[in-house]
Design a protein around this ligand. Structure first.
Ligand code: COA
Length: 189
């Protein structure tokens, strides 16, 4: 039984179902820029659209700093045989004391619907509960994001509650679904 998080010294590397998760590097910046500039994907992921590819260095720095502070881990997702990453997945620690983190994932549009996101999420969830020592993983998803909802359900998450959107707002009017998976409720896949 975990009492505290077993945060790693280096970003761990994993393989499953022809999907490779590894540390982010400068080489991941061009594919990050392409994904992050896709308006639909950025909206679904809740990320701002970057103005230039140079902002990728800040993006990388932010993730390295979060890791250094033991506040989060972000992996590059590369299908087998690819040196370039086609997406990223990560955990942001939201409560160290309660051992809770939030899952985030973005895959490049050309690779949607091939099972890559589900395989990557399985790897991260296995690691999070079996080695990192999380008690719970949460994920916030826009109501209309059917692919993300399905992915979470396939990995074992359940709907915790609906956070109503602000109907007066132009930008935040949509309901957000809060999903969760607890270590003790999980059946290994
Ligand atoms: C959400 C996302 C990560 C899913 O990754 P992916 O690799 O495409 O997911 P998978 O191929 O593993 O598919 C997951 C499931 O969703 C289903 N799915 C995909 N698109 C769907 C859609 N538009 N409607 C309903 N189900 C859909 C797939 O069929 C699959 O279910 P199945 O195996 O039962 O058929 C990817 O679509 C993405 O990056 N979207 C933009 C950013 C984003 O939304 N991030 C998540 C924010 S919470």
């Amino acid at each position: 039984m975990f009492q505290t998080l077993n945060f790693p010294d280096a970003v761990p590397e994993f393989f499953r179902d022809a999907v490779h998760l590894r540390e982010l590097t400068e080489d991941d910046i061009p594919s990050w820029f392409e994904r992050a500039s896709d308006p639909e994907s950025a909206l679904l992921a809740g990320d701002p659209i970057p103005e230039s590819v140079e902002m990728g260095f800040q993006w990388l720095q932010r993730h390295r700093e979060r890791f250094r502070q033991q506040a989060g881990i972000r992996w590059a997702i590369a299908p087998q045989g690819f040196t370039q990453s086609i997406g990223t997945i990560g955990l942001t620690i939201t409560s160290k004391e309660e051992r809770i983190a939030e899952l985030g994932i973005v895959i490049g549009r050309a690779y949607w619907g091939k099972g890559i996101g589900t395989a990557a999420a399985h790897l991260v969830v296995d690691y999070a509960f079996n080695i990192l020592g999380l008690a719970e993983i949460q994920a916030e998803v826009l109501q209309r994001n059917l692919a993300s909802r399905r992915l979470l359900e396939k990995v074992g998450f359940h709907l915790l509650r609906t956070i109503p959107g602000d109907r007066q707002s132009d930008t935040n009017s949509e309901d957000v679904l809060l999903y969760a998976l607890r270590s003790q409720n999980r059946t290994d896949t």
